[in-house]
Design a protein around this ligand. Structure first.
Ligand code: SF4
Length: 215
C-alpha cells in the first residue's frame, strides 16, 4: 500500500480527498499546518473540527499546531493582493518537508478540493516543492467531489467556516456580502456621537435607505 501525506486545510475540505485516497488504496497520513487561519478562536475551531472528523474516519494526523499570526502578516504586508501565493507556499512547503522527514514518498493537499482557490497555482507549487524534496506530488482534481463533501459535512454537522482564513479574506467576505459595510464606499466617516440609550445607526442602514431612494 503506497503511503501519502495529505495536507489538511479544514475538515469539510478533507472529506472527499480522504475518501478518494482511501478508495485508491493508499495509506493516508494527515498533516495539519494552517497559520493562515485568523483569529485564534477561528483557528482553534477549525483545528478541533479536523480532530473530530479524523477521529471519526480513523485517520492518523500530524499536527504542526502553531498559530504563527505575526509571521504570516509580516510576509504578506504591503503585498496583500498576492498573499495567497505565500499562504499556499508556506503550507505546502511545510507538508513537503514533513513528508520527506517521515520518509513518505508523496504528498498532496485538500486545497485541491476548493473551487475558491487558485487550483493551477497549487498544482504547480506542489509539483515544484515535491521535486525539490525528492518526492512525488499526487495531483487529482478533487473539485469534482465538491457537492459530495458539502452534503457529508452538513449531514455530520461539521463546522463549516464562512471565509477562507486570513483576516483579509474575512473582511472581503463580509464587505462583499454587504453585512458590515457597503461595497465601494470611501473611508468611514468621522466618528458619530451617540447619546446614552440612542441606537447607533450603522452605515449598512444608510446604504439601504440610499438604495431605496435611488430606485
Ligand atoms: S485568502 Fe485564503 S488562501 Fe489567500 S491568503 Fe487568505 S487564507 Fe490564504
Amino acid at each position: 500500500m503506497m503511503k501519502i501525506l495529505l495536507h489538511i486545510c479544514c475538515a469539510p475540505c478533507s472529506i472527499f480527498p480522504i475518501k478518494r485516497l482511501k478508495e485508491s488504496r493508499m495509506e493516508v497520513v494527515g498533516y495539519f499546518y494552517n497559520p493562515n487561519i485568523h483569529p485564534y478562536q477561528e483557528y482553534k475551531r477549525r483545528r478541533d473540527a479536523v480532530q473530530g472528523y479524523v477521529d471519526l474516519v480513523q485517520l492518523p494526523v500530524m499536527y504542526r499546531d502553531e498559530y504563527n499570526l505575526e509571521e504570516f502578516l509580516q510576509n504578506v504586508v504591503f503585498r496583500e493582493q498576492e498573499r495567497c501565493h505565500y499562504c499556499y507556499h508556506s503550507r505546502l512547503e511545510s507538508a513537503a518537508r514533513a513528508a520527506a522527514q517521515e520518509h513518505i514518498p508523496q504528498f498532496t493537499s485538500t486545497l485541491l478540493y476548493s473551487r475558491h482557490q487558485n487550483h493551477q497555482l497549487i498544482k504547480e507549487m506542489g509539483e515544484s516543492l515535491a521535486k525539490h524534496h525528492g518526492l512525488k506530488f499526487y495531483y487529482e482534481d478533487f473539485r469534482k467531489g465538491w457537492n459530495d463533501g458539502i452534503e457529508t459535512s452538513k449531514k455530520l454537522s461539521i463546522y463549516r467556516q464562512q471565509y477562507c482564513g486570513c483576516i483579509y479574506s474575512e473582511k472581503e467576505r463580509y464587505i462583499k456580502a454587504g453585512k458590515l459595510l457597503p461595497n465601494n464606499e470611501p473611508l468611514p466617516p468621522k466618528a458619530v456621537l451617540v447619546q446614552p440609550g440612542e441606537k447607533q445607526r450603522h452605515r449598512e442602514g444608510r446604504r439601504k435607505r440610499g438604495h431605496r431612494s435611488g430606485m
